[in-house]
Every structure is written in C-alpha cells, then in structure tokens.
Design a protein around this ligand. Structure first.
Ligand code: GRF
Length: 198
C-alpha cells in the first residue's frame, strides 16, 4: 500500500516505518514524508532519496487554506494510506474528506485517556501507573477516532516526562509498524482502488 507519513518532530516513528518497509514483504511502501515545518524527522526520508514536503500553517492565509493545501500535497502521491506519526496539527475537512478511513494516527496514551498534545505529561500528573500507546483512525475530533490497536506501558517510580515518553515510543514504534501492516494488508472495505501494479 502506497503510504504517506506526516510528522512534526524527530521522526523516530517515521524512521521505524521506513526500516520496516525496507523488507520487501512489508505491505506498506512509504512514498513520501510531509511535515508542518522543516522538522528534523524529514531527514530520514531525504537520506533515502524519498520525496518530502513542508506545508506550514504560516504560509497560508488561514487554517482552511492550509488544510486544502495539505490535502493537495498528500494527494499528489496517490496514497492508499496516510500515517500521522507525531504530526502535531489537527487536520481539517479537506484532509478528512480526502483520506478519512485511511488516515491513521499514533498517540502516546491509552485513548480515550489523556487525549491532546501533552498525553505523557498528563498521565504522569494524574499519577497513572499504567499508560500506553494507541493507533487509531483520525476523525474530525482530537484523538477521538476508532481505535485500531493499543498496548500498555508501565509508569515507573522516578519517571519524568522524558523517560516515560521514551518508554512509550519504544512500544509505539512496534505497535505502529504492526498496525500499519495489518491495515495495509486488510482487504479494502470500500470498492477496490486501482492498486499500483507491483
Ligand atoms: C510520538 O510519541 C507521537 O505519538 C507524539 O509525538 C511523538 C513523536 O515522536 N505525538 P517522533 O517525532 O516520531 O520521534
């Protein structure tokens, strides 16, 4: 399945997908990586000669224009699947209209617990002893779409946001690679799209 990855940060999750996709048996092929800024994570794609794009909110007159531009940049690669891997923007109706149902997000908590941009900090502040990683389909809400997979991660005494997030990201990488593979290999529930002839 042709896959576009979206990121905003270091791209360790994107790197995990790229490494998994090095195995020709892996059912997803990353065809491009996009970001909402000149994120360091884009380097993982550039190093492999993969196309990258930046669609920054500040380059557009308003969110709706940015949302439309992002939808167009993604669509240019004719993806079967879009994976938000640490993409820190809420996509709008243009992106959802084009990709809802095949737009996955990974979140560093056991949704519906701790949605939003500070999930790891919130879990610590709440005194949670167990948190985890969630991969879900993106809908119009914030971290509210149907859950595809979850895996627990223990919170250890003495954890701070960095140590807990690193432990979650280790699990998150594995869960994302597994869930993307399962989703990419699953028979399309919608009328089959013209698949790239491989
Ligand atoms: C991941 O934990 C993701 O769930 C969260 O931010 C982190 C991104 O990490 N939104 P990276 O950029 O893939 O290293």
């Amino acid at each position: 399945a042709r896959t576009v990855v979206l990121l905003s940060g270091t791209g360790s999750l994107c790197a995990a997908l790229l490494e998994a996709a090095d195995d020709r048996g892996y059912p997803a092929e990353v065809v491009a990586v996009g970001a909402d800024r000149q994120a360091p994570g884009l380097e993982h794609a550039r190093r492999r000669g993969l196309p990258t794009f930046v669609c920054a909110l500040g380059d557009h007159p308003d969110r709706a224009a940015w949302d439309r531009a992002l939808a167009d940049r993604i669509a240019a690669f004719a993806p079967d699947l879009v994976v938000s891997a640490g993409f820190m923007k809420i996509v709008g109706p243009a992106v959802l209209g084009a990709f809802e149902g095949r737009l996955l997000n990974t979140h560093p908590a056991l949704l519906p617990a701790f949605p939003g941009a500070h999930a790891v900090r919130d879990a610590l502040a709440a005194g949670a002893t167990v948190t985890g990683s969630t991969v879900h389909l993106v809908d119009a809400g914030v971290d509210t779409g149907p859950v595809l997979a979850q895996r627990e991660v223990p919170v250890l005494p003495g954890d701070d946001e960095a140590t807990l997030h690193e432990r979650i990201k280790h699990v998150e990488r594995q869960l994302l690679v597994e869930t993307v593979a399962a989703f990419a290999a699953a028979p399309p529930t919608t009328p089959p799209r013209t698949r790239k002839s491989t």
